[in-house]
Design a protein around this ligand. Structure first.
Ligand code: FPP
Length: 261
């Protein structure tokens, strides 16, 4: 699976492609959007799905080849049962309907996060969406669902330990090899993380992958989001100088090294 995705994994730092190639979004503010209108939170989540559709469709024109969104965290189970049920219902309809259309447009769908604990019908929908789009390589849409960055790292460490115990891998492991055990294995390096709604934290999202990503926080509630707002975030990204821990003159070389790692 990981190997097929490398077609989307070309350098972003050439002058002809300033990137970002891979953008991740923490879609925050659905509840506040609804409250400001005197609507139930479910209405905010519904509009959030519409914003997600707009944003995915705007990606191609902005040069983005991979989008990762935070749909439901391992911590979101703590929300009231009716809200959890609303979010599950939206995922059912989104994955079953819109994502099928996206699949025809060359979008590969991948769901990040633990499958255990998902309602069985959602797990089946997810499996089908991934299977039916596995051949697509124009655009990669990763939906983090029942996902936590720390849990993903723990799961990867457990897999490594199992391989070591089975005599299939040495104890010593490089960052690159460890990255191959994460649920994002094979996706392009993460260039930009956006969080909407004015909150300024990562909330356990893509902790490993965020190592050298640029962070942009936008004061816009997620249901109001779309290609224009994404373009503003990309403009901010492109005005930054990425150093990957080096000095400015070393940036191009070090960026390649970071990608190789
Ligand atoms: C944050 O808003 C958003 C979420 C918890 C979930 C995001 C979900 C969607 C956009 C809908 C469906 C998702 C998929 C994957 C199809 P919040 O409720 O925390 O807002 P608040 O901070 O204003 O209360």
């Amino acid at each position: 699976m990981a190997d097929d995705m490398r077609a989307m994994d070309a350098p972003t730092d050439g002058p002809s492609d300033p990137g970002p190639r891979h953008v991740a979004i923490i879609m925050d503010g659905n509840g506040r959007w609804a409250a400001a209108r005197g609507l139930p939170r479910a209405a905010g989540h519904k509009e959030g799905v519409a914003a997600l559709k707009r944003t995915v469709r705007g990606c191609a024109g902005l040069g983005v080849r991979c989008l990762t969104v935070f749909g439901f965290s391992t911590e979101n189970w703590r929300r009231p049962a009716d809200e959890v049920s609303d979010l599950m219902g939206l995922v059912r309809s989104y994955v079953a309907s819109d994502l099928t259309g996206l699949a025809k447009e060359g979008v590969r769908i991948r769901v990040l996060g633990r499958r255990e604990g998902l309602p069985p019908d959602i797990a089946a929908i997810v499996r089908k969406a991934e299977r039916d789009t596995a051949h697509n390589d124009r655009f990669l849409l990763q939906v983090a669902f029942n996902y936590g960055g720390q849990a993903d790292i723990v799961d990867a460490a457990r897999r490594h330990a199992e391989r070591v115990l089975a005599g299939e891998a040495p104890v010593d492991i490089s960052e690159a090899d460890f990255g191959e055990l994460l649920s994002t294995a094979g996706a392009p390096p993460l260039d930009l993380i956006v969080r909407t709604s004015g909150e300024v934290r990562l909330s356990n999202f893509l902790l490993w992958e965020a190592a050298y990503a640029e962070l942009v926080f936008q004061d816009i509630l997620w249901p109001d989001y779309g290609p224009e707002a994404l373009k503003a975030a990309i403009d901010e990204y492109q005005a930054r100088e990425r150093r990957f821990g080096g000095r400015p003159a070393q940036t191009a070389i070090t960026a390649q090294t970071a990608k190789a790692n």
